[in-house]
Design a protein around this ligand. Sequence first.
Ligand code: FAQ
Length: 311
Amino acid sequence: EVKNLEQMFQARIDNDEKIEPKDWMPEKYRKTHIRQISQHAHSEVVGMLPEGNWITRAPSLRRKVALLAKIQDEGGHGLYLYSAAETLGISRDELIAQLHSGEAKYSSIFNYPAVTWADMGTIGWLVDGAAIMNQVALMGTSYGPYSRAMVRICKEESFHQRQGYEILLTLCNGTPEQKAMAQDSINRWWWPSLMMFGPRDADSPNTEQSVKWKLKRKTNDELRQAFVDQTVPQANILGLTIPDPKLKWNEERKHYDFGEIDWEEFWQVVKGHGPCNKQRLSDRINAHEKGQWVRDAAMAYAEKQANKEEK
Ligand code: FAQ
């Protein structure tokens, strides 16, 4: 019986139909989606922290306004994604508890520190750039609520990316010190950005099944290669050097060849031992606890409204 249902389910996916919350789905499809969508949501929310560090130190009012708007967008993305995960039968409280206990992951990239203003440019350019590469593919994902959330998120991310690139363009056209600050920032963020796409396909336990279910429309290595190909010409316009001596156009493959990622560093960060893992998690837990009064007030208000309606 279940086997039959599974075959029919796979046939719908092969036929490019979207799966909706009330449709029958294999338990593993549900679990895998809760895992990926919630980790994506956690990444957006934790991702507010490195840039939050610079709001009060932005060099002009205009920069401050744009940065503030971008960070607010990230919070919004987290909320859509938590809502999409909730359609799979898990509560937001459970999801947040999984983040706070360390059971659920969030993107490795947000465990690196943002130490100069140039990092605001680089995060927008490289981190949002990598996020867009991944999320444009996810617009075609098979689960309806996730796919639809991606449409708006991608539009907002492209504003974020241009916002970052413009910060770097300004620095690169500025004084030698400003250009050096931009170069230093690229040196620190380049490799962690490539790590955002996850392990090599050969070392990725989830890819094969996720591609079959069209949760993933492209593999980790395919997206990483597309990101490198897209980003190198943008670095050339800035006049910045990508810190990879093996980076070279391969005329036969029509792609850039690039050096090996430090996978030891990647797994250390994923397992919680990166430069900022402990700080990020404790900042999140702190913010959640300090926000208890807001949740209490919202609940009290909702109850009052419900009582009014009854009368
Ligand atoms: N960091 O078998 P796979 C943003 C884990 S963008 C940490 O390949 P999968 C916007 C993986 O979870 C960033 N962990 O896994 C923004 C799995 O562990 P598990 C968020 C990683 O899921 C910009 C294990 O390794 N974007 O926030 C990472 O098929 C600027 C084995 O890996 C998304 O989440 C990593 N980099 O592929 C915000 C996109 N890579 O769960 C603020 C949606 C892998 O079995 C500022 N997610 N792991 O315990 C995806 O596309 C996929 O989940 C991948 C991983 C591609 C990330």
